[in-house]
Write a new protein. Structure first.
Length: 140
């Protein structure tokens, strides 16, 4: 008999989450490369799209935290912080996509994507660990 932690549904969710977050983090790292090397033309015209994405994330988080009956201070602090981080990630992911479309040969020829994928896997593990253990550092 399988327990909830060993069920195939749980395993599939974990694998999907790890693969999805690793890909997004890798694309975000490509965005960092793009910004550091040479920002793509039209950069300023894409910023409002990223800000809109962050605004949508903010309101979704407010409603999700309200459903969990968190206190008002926790809701506004958590949603503000997460929306700022989310907006920044939207920005990096968007610019990473632009870089990937503009320079696919450079990414593949230098094996850059493999290095960034490796960093993405490590960041996924650190993020998972951090989300599960952050209270240990806040309460002490």
């Amino acid at each position: 008999m399988s327990t909830p932690l060993t069920s195939s549904t749980f395993r599939n969710r974990v694998v999907g989450l790890v693969i999805g977050s690793t890909i997004l983090l890798t694309v975000a790292l490509l965005g960092v490369v793009e910004i550091v090397t040479e920002p793509a033309p039209g950069y300023a015209s894409r910023v409002p799209i990223y800000v809109l994405g962050g605004s949508i994330l903010f309101i979704v988080l407010v409603f999700q935290f309200e459903r969990r009956h968190f206190d008002g201070r926790t809701i506004i602090l958590a949603t503000t912080g997460l929306a700022i981080v989310g907006t920044f990630l939207f920005f990096l992911i968007g610019e990473g996509v632009v870089y990937g479309v503009s320079h696919p040969d450079e990414i593949l020829a230098t094996h850059l994507v493999l290095y960034l994928l490796s960093i993405g896997v490590c960041c996924t593990g650190l993020a998972h660990w951090g989300l599960n253990h952050w209270r240990e550092f806040v309460t002490h």
